[in-house]
Design a protein around this ligand. Structure first.
Ligand SMILES: Cc1cc2nc3c(=O)[nH]c(=O)nc-3n(C[C@H](O)[C@H](O)[C@H](O)COP(=O)(O)OP(=O)(O)OC[C@H]3O[C@@H](n4cnc5c(N)ncnc54)[C@H](O)[C@@H]3O)c2cc1C
Length: 398
């Protein structure tokens, strides 16, 4: 039987889920192209960035696909040839397809703010997380004192998650390295009039109160104009800092503009009701112009939806039309506290934290078998940092 050549580009939530869903179907010959060797579980990267284990937010693609008939290719997709039905990578490899799923995720956008690319930190990958942790350690160990201000730009979910954990992480590093206790100043800068501008105002207020209690100072209506090696300018005023963390801006993957896809609002790719940008070219997850794109749960939903339709097509059935899944929003803000928005229901505090833990388990289980998912979920409680001194000090406390 001739198999259908399915090429999946992107080894993130959407790409991995789509490949796994179709891996056991012998009608498909699946290749997954990714520019990374690892899958990044973004929702827990803030934890890794604040003293948690790297294993909690990273799994090798090889481990994820073990025993599955998926050919894994490492490379960066650069161009598409629609006539020949091929994808060419930056190193010149040419990958053929009959059906293509594009799930390339978003990239960081600095909005042209001077100094940001050079002087700011970020937590969008393990490399960026490691760079931030090394900086936090070096600065504390060499200066024997915390930075004057730790500044996080962007009061969206990532900025809030990080702001909630950073004060206690910096205090922990000081304690682990025997540095005299000093006050830690964390500032959260937001250009909009309130934090989480896209979410309900009551949630925004509750999280604001929570962050205040943790000692985080929130600056709304504040525009970052530039960053240098030792200060940043916010709405005309300088703030002294050697630790500026950018969580504010992302933009769609440049692959789509470069390859002349039809682009809609927010830079997302136009698709039909089957998530096809063009015949047999499906665009899913953060790349697609769907109402809630930008969330892992939506990328997983899109992947399952497209996989089901490909199975239907292979069986000679009509494809189903896309149905919009309303996401459940869970935002952690500091140790053992999270805000949950589930339709009209709101939960704040410890119960929110428990639900967030459960959501992470479901997230791992979506991609891994029970045993691996459980093991990975448990690494979330592991406080073993990359720093040996911190790791020994933390271990001796338990
Ligand atoms: C710090 C952070 C925290 C987040 N927290 C949450 C959360 O708590 N809950 C939630 O629902 N969502 C969260 N998100 C959003 C969520 O992670 C994304 O919506 C989700 O990852 C989108 O899945 P995707 O498959 O579209 O893209 P991704 O998961 O980003 O995967 C894209 C993959 O494609 C690869 N790639 C990119 N370009 C190329 C190329 N040219 N060739 C080959 N490969 C390429 C990338 O390296 C990556 O592996 C968070 C995001 C971040 C950054």
């Amino acid at each position: 039987m001739k198999k259908e050549k399915l090429l999946v580009v992107g080894g993130g939530f959407g790409g991995v889920k789509a490949a796994l869903e179709l891996a056991d179907d012998s009608r498909f010959d699946i290749t997954l192209l990714s520019d990374q060797t690892d899958f990044r579980y973004y929702p827990t990267l803030y934890r890794t960035a604040t003293g948690g284990s790297r294993a909690n937010s990273s799994i090798t693609l090889r481990a994820l696909f073990e025993g599955k008939s998926i050919t894994l290719v490492q490379g960066t997709a650069e161009t598409i040839d629609r006539k020949l039905k091929t994808i060419t990578t930056t190193d010149g490899s040419v990958l053929p397809y009959e059906t293509l799923i594009l799930a390339l995720g978003v990239v960081t956008n600095y909005f042209g703010i001077p100094g940001l690319p050079e002087y700011s930190y970020s937590i969008k990958s393990q490399v960026e997380v490691a760079r931030l942790k090394t900086h936090l350690h070096q600065q504390l160990i060499e200066g024997k004192s915390p930075d004057l201000n730790y500044v996080i730009i962007g009061a969206g979910p990532t900025g809030i998650e990080l702001a909630g954990e950073l004060p206690s992480y910096v205090r922990r590093i000081m304690r682990n390295h025997g540095i005299k206790h000093r006050a830690v100043h964390v500032d959260l800068i937001e250009a909009s009039p309130r934090l989480l501008p896209r979410l309900p105002i009551d949630t925004s207020r509750m999280i604001r109160r929570r962050l205040k209690r943790l000692g985080v100072k929130l600056y709304t209506n504040s525009i970052v104009q530039g960053v240098t090696s030792d200060e940043l300018t916010v709405s005309g005023k300088p703030i002294r800092s050697h630790t500026v963390i950018w969580t504010a801006g992302v933009t769609n993957n440049p692959f789509f503009v470069n390859n002349h896809f039809v682009i809609m609002g927010r830079g997302k790719v136009a698709t039909d009701t089957y998530l096809q940008a063009e015949d047999n070219i499906f665009v899913i997850g953060d790349n697609a112009n769907t109402p809630y794109s930008g969330l892992a749960q939506i990328a997983l939903h899109d992947a399952s939806f497209v996989a089901e339709n490909l199975r239907r097509k292979a069986s000679g059935k009509d494809m189903k039309t896309y149905w919009v899944k309303k996401p459940i929003t869970v935002i952690p803000a500091g140790p053992k506290w999270a805000a949950v928005m589930w339709g009209k229901l709101r939960i704040y505090g410890w119960l929110g934290y428990v639900l967030r833990e459960a959501a992470d388990f479901v997230g791992f289980k979506d991609l891994e078998p029970w045993r691996q998912a459980t093991e990975q979920w448990l690494t979330g409680f592991d406080r073993r940092d990359d720093c040996e001194v911190c790791a020994i000090a933390e271990a001796s406390r338990f």
